[in-house]
Design a protein around this ligand. Structure first.
Ligand code: NAD
Length: 416
């Protein structure tokens, strides 16, 4: 497929949506309602910097669709987090929560900034100002943020505190909080654990032996590090891992616990000595069985898709493969397991965290992980069943299930 104009991230996601809507034969009005965000807010986020200057950042919250429940979606702090990117990610959340059968709609938020250049005090002030400026959209039954790229449990603690100053103690207003403040056991590892559960299931259908799989992971933050750690525990050979500065490659397999320990101590993956240095571009083209982009969007494009040598690509990051690259990988017979399925472990345990907060009750970690497994396996099987019975690819099947459920909710509620 040739696309001449460069599409925005939101237009790209909407191409996937349109393909699902076409096969589902959604009427035009319904399609239009589901395509566009229901509500969007852009705010300025002025921050007093440590040197006394005021810097003004752009902040966003996009509520894409709330037909199936309160809006749910992460908050991203990243230089490329502009309105179009946040729209795309909000839309993906709508289809993801529906595919997983969680009682949420889809949203996303972000502040266009480079968190690595900000001090802890500046990040705290930025998070509080952003929260206050979008506060009127939030609510424990309205819109519940969570961490994403460039944010973490500390960011959620600041958001909860800022919201709580206006509304009283409200732990259910955000998920992915520190456990000490009502966060769920198992939330931090949940997205990576979900990736591992999906690979276990997919391995059965694709006749892959976990014990001999060579796996490459791009990104060593929350999702990448937990994915690498858990797949290593499952017996896979993790042959390369990277972060923003570059990667490390060892065809015999990396000592992942030591690598993660090294990373958690504040070092870059590139400074880990037990392997050869490798660039992020090169890493995506390594000979391997499973390639897992777990960092940022649009890393596999029409330029490098012909060089991808993996048998399976698992989208642990959101939208790491452009539409054109997706077609190239499909044509080359490479199985692509889509983001709205693969990385849904995070929002699933966010749902568990929210319910625990509402009930003022805590689950044991084993229970969290077991319930997560049930939700991931159920969703995978529904998608796989559609793939085999209808002869479509995994992304198409996953989108069709998600879109159909949201369309059904809109109709049942009698919106129009
Ligand atoms: P994070 O900030 O914890 O980690 C991001 C990692 O990517 C870091 O190791 C960073 O060094 C690396 N990175 C940044 N820019 C890069 C580049 N240009 N090339 C290579 N590596 C780069 O973020 P995260 O929470 O792990 O999120 C990663 C991805 O997973 C995002 O797409 C996010 O939307 C998605 N995701 C996250 C969650 C979650 O629970 N945190 C859930 C679902 C999906």
């Amino acid at each position: 497929m040739t696309i001449t104009k460069k599409l925005t991230p939101f237009e790209e996601v909407n191409l996937f949506f349109d393909r699902a809507a076409d096969r589902l034969q959604l009427p035009d009005g319904c399609r239009e309602m589901l395509r566009r965000p229901w509500r969007e807010l852009g705010v300025q986020v002025p921050v007093r910097m440590d040197d006394g200057r005021i810097e003004v950042f752009n902040g966003y919250r996009v509520q894409h669709n709330g037909a199936r429940g309160p809006y749910k979606g992460g908050v991203r702090f990243h230089p490329q987090a502009d309105q179009e990117e946040i729209r795309a990610l909000a839309s993906l959340m709508t289809w993801k929560t529906a595919l997983m059968g969680l009682p949420f709609g889809g949203a996303k938020g972000g502040v266009q900034c480079d968190p690595r250049q900000l001090s802890e005090g500046e990040l705290n002030r930025l998070t509080r100002r952003y929260t206050l400026n979008i506060e009127h959209l939030l609510g424990t039954n309205r819109d519940i943020p969570a961490p994403d790229l460039g944010t973490n449990s500390q960011t959620m603690a600041w958001m909860m505190d800022a919201y709580g100053q206006l509304h009283g103690h409200s732990p259910a207003i955000v998920t992915g909080k520190p456990v000490e403040l009502g966060g769920s056991l198992g939330r931090e590892s949940a997205t990576g654990r979900g990736v591992a559960y999906i690979l276990e299931e997919a391995a059965k259908n694709l006749r892959l032996n976990l014990q001999s799989l060579r796996v490459v992971v791009q990104g060593c933050g929350n999702v990448g590090s937990w994915t690498a750690r858990l797949l290593h525990e499952n017996g896979c050979r993790i042959i390369a891992v990277s972060d923003v500065r570059g990667g490390i490659y060892n065809p015999r397999g990396l000592d992942v616990p030591r690598l993660v320990e090294h990373k958690m101590a504040g070092n870059s993956v590139t400074e880990f000595r037990e392997g050869d240095s490798i660039g992020n571009a090169e890493l995506l083209e390594l000979e391997c069985d499973v390639l897992i982009p777990a960092a940022i969007d649009n890393v596999i494009t029409d330029k490098n898709a012909p060089q991808v040598k993996a048998r399976v690509v698992m989208e642990a990051a959101n939208h790491p493969i452009t539409v054109e690259a997706d077609s190239i990988l499909n044509d080359r017979g490479i199985v692509v397991l889509p983001d709205i399925l693969v990385n849904a472990g995070g929002v699933t345990v966010s749902y568990f965290e929210w319910t625990q907060n509402l009930q003022e009750f805590r689950w044991e970690e084993d229970r969290v992980n077991e319930e997560l497994r049930k939700v991931m396996v159920r969703a995978y099987r529904a998608v796989h069943e559609k793939v085999t019975s209808e002869g479509i690819n995994y992304r198409q099947a996953a989108f069709e299930i998600g879109v159909q459920r949201v369309a059904q909710a809109v109709n049942l509620r009698g919106f129009v």
